[in-house]
Design a binder for this molecule. Structure first.
Ligand code: OSB
Ligand code: MG
Length: 369
């Protein structure tokens, strides 16, 4: 294939309820959508998971737009691409900027799947026809409020609960949750809010039988996490620290992580995500698919990736109605009893609702060869 046309859109979607992590609160979700067209008119969609501020990592919506316009799109337009795995190599001269790279790569995977008449899941080598998902719950104003929110999601059928923690919202919160929900699989995500000096506090979490603790220490660390894991019974799962297969290999060899959260954008695309998945499978390290509060398009890519065999723990890809009054795909993503059915039609398997996309668009630019 040759990509002849690319459109970038900046979208703004209001979240149903604000989402608070240790690094900040999301009310409006602003992000880039990328639409790519090849020489025969097939259209593929990619979503940038970069936020509008560099809180989670160093990328932002604007740095992604800059990277796409000035470096990545020129490397792609009008070049012969036989398989989406090649995109990774084409981008190799550009360091990092993984979320920007992933935005185009995802659209090319979508086109490739349609051209080979496969669902994106099949194109990736996925095998499941439904995937198990959990829910990620932000920091609330009080423990009572958190218990109510958790109860609501359990009634909706979600079976695995992830809660955000930060200093001052940790041991007491997890203790209350465990008391109220003795048999529910619970995990905690710190988004890098602690340091090794907090080890005594983190060890207190060991008594609550958590599935894992996600990214307790610095976002770029794999050394202190290895030290922490030696003293913690609860498995550590790295999120922010893993950007590539090489990072995954090093973290696993050091004993810094027993589980890996794979986010397509953070690792630079589906090809790298699949490589990390395959390596972890070989090493007996379970993986699950993280979320970045995506619109339906990013969500559809997450669903496809999660069909690979070593995604054995429930991910964060909840139904569209957890985030949006109205999503930009038809049908919306629906989670029933903690499962999402994997679409079987070619490509991402959802129709992009162009009218709704336009309604949320605040800026747009087209690039042609
Ligand atoms: O660390 O997984 C994270 C949301 C924003 C930034 C980082 C993270 C998250 C989530 C939400 O946990 C996952 C989702 O529901 O998409
Ligand atoms: Mg996380």
């Amino acid at each position: 294939m040759k990509i002849t046309d690319i459109t970038i859109r900046h979208l703004k979607m209001t979240m149903k309820s604000p989402f608070t992590t240790s690094f900040g609160t999301f009310k409006d979700k602003e992000f880039l959508l990328l639409e790519a067209k090849n020489e025969d008119g097939t259209v593929g969609w990619g979503e940038s998971v970069a936020f509008n501020a560099p809180w989670y990592n160093e990328e932002t919506l604007k740095t992604n737009w800059h990277m796409l316009e000035d470096f990545l799109i020129p490397l792609i337009l009008n070049k012969e691409i036989k398989h989406p795995d090649e995109v990774n190599q084409m981008f190799a001269p550009i360091r990092k900027n993984n979320m920007a790279k992933s935005t185009i790569e995802g659209a090319i995977w979508d086109i490739y799947a349609q051209q080979t008449n496969q669902s994106l899941a099949q194109a990736l080598g996925g095998t499941k026809d439904k995937i198990e998902v959990g829910i990620s719950i932000g920091i609330q104003n009080s423990i009572d409020e958190l218990l109510r929110v958790v109860d609501g999601f359990l009634k909706e059928g979600y079976k695995r609960i992830k809660v955000k923690i930060k200093p001052g919202w940790d041991v007491d919160v997890i203790r209350s949750l465990r008391e109220h929900f003795p048999n529910v699989p619970i995990m905690a995500d710190a988004n890098s809010a602690y340091r090794l000096k907090d080890i005594d506090l983190l060890k207190q979490l060991d008594e609550f039988d958590l599935m894992m603790i996600e990214q307790p220490l610095a976002s770029d660390d794999i050394i202190d996490h290895a030290q922490l894991q030696k003293e913690l019974k609860t498995p550590i799962c790295l999120d922010e620290s893993i950007h590539s297969l090489e990072d995954a290999r090093k973290a696993i060899e050091l004993g810094s992580t027993k589980i890996i959260n794979i986010k397509i954008g953070r690792v630079g695309g589906l090809t790298e995500a699949k490589k990390i998945h395959d390596y972890c499978e070989e090493k007996g390290v379970p993986v699950w698919c993280g979320g970045m509060l995506e619109s339906g398009i990013g969500r559809s890519h997450n669903i496809a990736l999660t069909t690979l065999s070593n995604f054995i723990l429930p991910g964060d890809t909840a139904g569209s109605n957890r985030y949006w009054e109205k999503d930009i795909i038809r049908p919306e993503v629906v989670a029933t009893d903690g499962y999402i059915d994997v679409p079987q039609t070619p490509g991402i398997g959802y129709e992009v609702d162009r009218e709704t996309v336009e309604a949320y668009t605040v800026a747009k630019k087209e690039y042609r060869s």
